[in-house]
Design a protein. Structure first.
Length: 579
C-alpha cells in the first residue's frame, strides 16, 4: 500500500498516537533506509501493524474488517483457490448478489483483485484486515481443504489397496482428483518440478520453486500405486513395467496456459519415484537481457550469433539454464531465411519453424548419429543438446568449420574451462582456436522480492571477509565504468556507502524473501591473443587471466554487480558460485 510519509505523519499527529519529535526521527530514518514510515514505526514498536493498517484504511477510504474471530461460510471461502489466498494473503468473506467482499493486507494489489474478478465473474469489494484476521481465515481454508482432500485419500485408500488392475485404479475418481490437485497446486505456486517420493509408510510430495525444494504434502503409502498408474496413463507409459526407468510427457491447460509435463519414473527401494518437470508452453519468448546479460558480455554474444559460422558453447551444471539460453539464441536467429535444425535429449519446447530431432540411443539415434544425418539436411544453424563424446565433438567442430553456426552445451564450471575440456576429448588445439566464437558459463540465482527486500550497508568486517573471496577493487571498477555508482561513492571508493539488500519475507514471496530467478554469466570471447594461446595449449588459468585482462567479467563479479543493483543478495551469489 502506498501512503506517502507526510500524509501518514499528519494523521498520526492529529490522532495523538506518537509525539512529533519521535515521528520526525522515524521520518528521517525512513528517508535514509528507504523503508516506509509505517514499517519503521512498527519495527521500533512505536505502533503495531494493525494500527497502521487501520490508519491506511482511513486515509485511502477503504473499509477495515476484523476477521480474527469470524467464521466464513465454506462456499464463500473457496471462491478464491487456497494457493492464491495463501500466496497473496487475500480471502473472500462475504458474497451478496453479484458482489464479493475480500479481505487483504494490501488492497492496492490490483493485479490479484483483477484476477479474482475474472475467475469469479463477480464485482470485487476490497477491505483491509489484520495479519491475525488473514491467519484465522487461512486456518479455516486449510481445514476445509484437509477435510475435502482427506475424503479423497480415504476413498482412494479403500479402493486402490484392494484393486489389482492398475488401469482400473488409475481411472478411479479419487486418484484422478489427487493427481489433478498436485498438478494444479504446482502450476499455481510456479514450481519447476514435482517430486513424488515413496517412503516405507508414506509418500512425500515436494515442489521445486525458484531452484529449491519445498515440502508440499504427505500422502498415505496406499495411494502410491494409483497415483503412479494415473501418471503413467497420462504419459502413455507401460503400466506393468515396475523394474525399469520410464520417460514420457503430457500436457494440460489451466487458466489459458498450456503446461507440458516431462515425466521421469524411476524404481526405488520403496516403490516408484516420479519427477515431473513443468514447461510453460504458452509463455512468451525470453530475451538475453531478460535472462540477465548486460553491457559488454551482451554485445559479445550478439556479435557471435551474427557470425555465419563457428561455435557458441554454454557451460554450467545441470539445472543452470543452459538449454533456455540456447532456445533464446535460436529464437533470435529464427527468421524465414535460415534453416535451423536441432538434435536434443529431450526436446524441452516445440519451436515454430525449427526442425527438432529427439535422441533415441536404444535404436541407434545418438547425438553423433543424429548430427551426421542432420548435416545432410542443408542446415544453416545447428543446435546440439550436449557434446558428450569425442565423435559428437569432432562432427560439431567440423560443421563449424564448414560454414555452419553450431550451438551446444558442455559440463564445465567456468567459461575458460571449456577449452581444456574440448582438448581432453581429443580436439586439435588449432581447430578449437579457429572455430569457437564465445563460451558462456552461467548459474541461476534467486531474485530478491521487490516488495519486502531490506536495505543494509556493509561494515568493515564484512568487507574484509568478502575481500578474501572476491576482487572487490575490480568489481568497483566495473560498476564505476557502467555508471552504477553515485559520484559521492565513486570518489571515496567506500563500500559502506553502497546499499545492498537482504531477503525479508512477505505474502508475495511465500515468506521466502525471493521471487523468481535470473542468470549470472561469464562470457569468454575467442580473441586473437587467446586464439594463439589455445593453439599453443596454454592452461585454462592462463587463458582466464588473459580474458580478464581483455575485460571478461567473471561470474561471481557479474553476481556482485547484480547485488549492487539490488536484484539479488550477496549470500545468494556466494551460495551459487561456491565450487
Amino acid at each position: 500500500m502506498y501512503v506517502d510519509n507526510e500524509r501518514l505523519k499528519s494523521f498520526i499527529l492529529d490522532a495523538g498516537l506518537v509525539s512529533e519529535d519521535v515521528i520526525n526521527q522515524a521520518v528521517e530514518e525512513s528517508g535514509k533506509t528507504g523503508k516506509k514510515l509505517g514499517d519503521v514505526l512498527v519495527e521500533k514498536k512505536l505502533m503495531d501493524a494493525d494500527q497502521i493498517r487501520q490508519l491506511y484504511s482511513y486515509i485511502l477510504g477503504i473499509p477495515f474488517v476484523n476477521l480474527e474471530k469470524e467464521i466464513i461460510p465454506k462456499e464463500v471461502l473457496q471462491l478464491i483457490p487456497e494457493p492464491i489466498a495463501k500466496k497473496y494473503k487475500i480471502v473472500a468473506f462475504k458474497k451478496t448478489n453479484r458482489e464479493l467482499k475480500v479481505a487483504m493486507l494490501n488492497p492496492e494489489d490490483l493485479q490479484t483483485i483483477d484476477f479474482i474478478r475474472k475467475k469469479t465473474g463477480l464485482k470485487i469489494a476490497p477491505c483491509i484486515t489484520t495479519e491475525e484476521g488473514i491467519t484465522n481465515a487461512l486456518k479455516q481454508y486449510e481445514q476445509s481443504l484437509k477435510a475435502e482432500f482427506g475424503d479423497i485419500i480415504e476413498k482412494s485408500t479403500a479402493q486402490v489397496s484392494g484393486v489389482e488392475d492398475l488401469e482400473k485404479a488409475a481411472q478411479d475418481l479419487p486418484v484422478i482428483r489427487i493427481v489433478d490437485t498436485l498438478l494444479k497446486h504446482a502450476v499455481l505456486q510456479e514450481a519447476s518440478d514435482i517430486h513424488i517420493e515413496p517412503d516405507e509408510k508414506e509418500v512425500r510430495v515436494r515442489y521445486r520453486i525458484d531452484g529449491l525444494l519445498h515440502d508440499a504434502m504427505t500422502l498415505p503409502k496406499a495411494v502410491l500405486d494409483g497415483i503412479v498408474a494415473r501418471i503413467k496413463i497420462l504419459s502413455n507409459l507401460k503400466l506393468d513395467e515396475h523394474r525399469l526407468p520410464q520417460d514420457g510427457r503430457f500436457k494440460i491447460e489451466q487458466d489459458d496456459r498450456r503446461i507440458a509435463f516431462r515425466v521421469s519414473i524411476l524404481p526405488v527401494y520403496s516403490g516408484e519415484k516420479v519427477v515431473m518437470r513443468l514447461l510453460d508452453e504458452s509463455s512468451k519468448g525470453l530475451t538475453l537481457e531478460g535472462m540477465g546479460l548486460w553491457g559488454q558480455p551482451l554485445e559479445q554474444v550478439h556479435q557471435a550469433i551474427k557470425k555465419p559460422n563457428g561455435m557458441i558453447l554454454v557451460t554450467g551444471p545441470t539445472g543452470s539454464g543452459k538449454t533456455t539460453t540456447l532456445y533464446t539464441i535460436m529464437d533470435i536467429l529464427n527468421v524465414p531465411q535460415v534453416n535451423i535444425s536441432t538434435v536434443e535429449d529431450p526436446i524441452e519446447y516445440k519451436m515454430f519453424r525449427i526442425n527438432q530431432t529427439q535422441v533415441n540411443p536404444p535404436i541407434g539415434l545418438t547425438f553423433s548419429h543424429g548430427l551426421r544425418a542432420l548435416l545432410r539436411q542443408d542446415p544453416d544453424i545447428i543446435m546440439v543438446g550436449e557434446i558428450r563424446d569425442e565423435e559428437t565433438m569432432d562432427i560439431a567442430i567440423h560443421a563449424a568449420m564448414t560454414g555452419h553456426l553450431v550451438l551446444s552445451t558442455l559440463h564445465t564450471n567456468s567459461a575458460a574451462g571449456a577449452i581444456p575440456r574440448l582438448l581432453d576429448m581429443g580436439a586439435e588445439p588449432f581447430l578449437v582456436a579457429s572455430t569457437v566464437n564465445v563460451v558462456m558459463a552461467q548459474r541461476l540465482v534467486r531474485r530478491l522480492c521487490s516488495d519486502c527486500r531490506q536495505a543494509y550497508s556493509l561494515d568493515d568486517e564484512l568487507v574484509n571477509s568478502l575481500k578474501q573471496q572476491i576482487d572487490l577493487e575490480r568489481i568497483f571498477d566495473v560498476a564505476l565504468k557502467n555508471n552504477l555508482l553515485g559520484k559521492e561513492i565513486s570518489g571515496s571508493r567506500d563500500w559502506s556507502k553502497i546499499s545492498f539488500y537482504r531477503p525479508s519475507g512477505c505474502s508475495r514471496c511465500r515468506q521466502e524473501g525471493y521471487k523468481g530467478r535470473i542468470g549470472i554469466f561469464e562470457v569468454f570471447e575467442m580473441t586473437e591473443i587467446i586464439s594463439e594461446m589455445v593453439a599453443k595449449q596454454a592452461t585454462s588459468d592462463d587463458i582466464e587471466k588473459q580474458a580478464q585482462k581483455e575485460g571478461m567479467i567473471k561470474m561471481i563479479e557479474d553476481g556482485m554487480i547484480k547485488a549492487i543493483q539490488g536484484v539479488t543478495s550477496i549470500e545468494e551469489i556466494l551460495r551459487v558460485t561456491e565450487d
